[in-house]
Design a protein around this ligand. Structure first.
Ligand SMILES: Nc1nc2c(ncn2[C@@H]2O[C@H](COP(=O)(O)OP(=O)(O)O)[C@@H](O)[C@H]2O)c(=O)[nH]1
Ligand SMILES: [Mg+2]
Length: 222
């Protein structure tokens, strides 16, 4: 029993230290007018592809990207080719980004005033939802190819999301994706997050998503 109590205490300490660093990052980014989006989703759900679409859909905004991957800089190189300042974090095993990692990234990036910073978290529907990393909002990307049961199986990610993308809609005609079941699962957990149906292949849905993000950015007291 002591073992479990010790484990709980260690986890509480980790979360409380993480949260205090996340608060400081949030304050620093807010002071600079950098609206920060924690992008979460399963591996391959379309996080990098969605960032590319959002960057294109908001041409009058300055964008920054932090790429989180267990290994490799493939995504960061892809975003850099768009002319966007991008910082790569490799966790070499850890399944989520945490605030101390973002603190280092932010201190090393030349963040000017005003803009949007996207932080692509490690592809995983579990751990990223547990850690604040200084963001203003969490964007969850779920694809029709992932299946409609994901809100039921990974509730925290859906509960915490401020915006949800239902991506790869161009493929839905080939699948037995049950959208009603998916939406019921989402709304049991989260009454307010808008769900945008998107396709990174066609670009559908990104104008509306980008407009919503811009409106949050403008009205957010950052
Ligand atoms: N057909 C289709 N493919 C997509 C869509 N979004 C992403 N993909 C593809 O799915 C794969 C994984 O996408 P990626 O953006 O790298 O996912 P990430 O691992 O979440 O960053 C790539 O081959 C993308 O081209 C989409 O909306 N439709
Ligand atoms: Mg990616």
């Amino acid at each position: 029993m002591e073992g479990i109590k010790d484990k709980i205490r260690i986890m509480e300490d980790i979360h409380s230290e993480n949260n205090s660093i996340a608060k400081a990052i949030n304050k620093l980014l807010s002071n600079k007018g950098i609206f920060t989006i924690n992008v979460m989703g399963a591996p391959g759900s379309g996080k990098t592809s969605a960032l590319k679409q959002l960057i294109k859909a908001l041409p009058d905004v300055k964008h920054y990207v932090i790429e989180g991957d267990i290994e490799s800089d493939i995504d960061a190189e892809e975003i850099k080719r768009m002319g966007i300042e991008t910082y790569q974090i490799n966790t070499f095993g850890a399944c989520h980004l945490d605030a101390p990692l973002i603190e280092i990234a932010v201190s090393q990036m030349g963040l000017a005033e005003n803009g949007v910073l996207y932080i692509e978290n490690i592809g995983n529907l579990v751990c990223p939802a547990e850690f604040n990393i200084g963001e203003h909002i969490k964007l969850l990307i779920c694809s029709v190819t992932d299946g409609g049961d994901k809100p039921y199986k990974y509730p925290l990610a859906f509960e915490k999301a401020d915006i949800i993308l239902l991506n790869k809609m161009d493929l839905v005609q080939y699948l037995d994706f049950d959208e009603d079941f998916f939406m019921k699962g989402v709304r049991r957990l989260n009454k307010s997050a808008p769900v945008f149906k998107t396709s990174c292949r066609s670009g559908d849905g990104f104008e509306d998503t980008a407009a919503h993000i811009k409106s949050l950015f403008l009205k957010h007291e950052i």
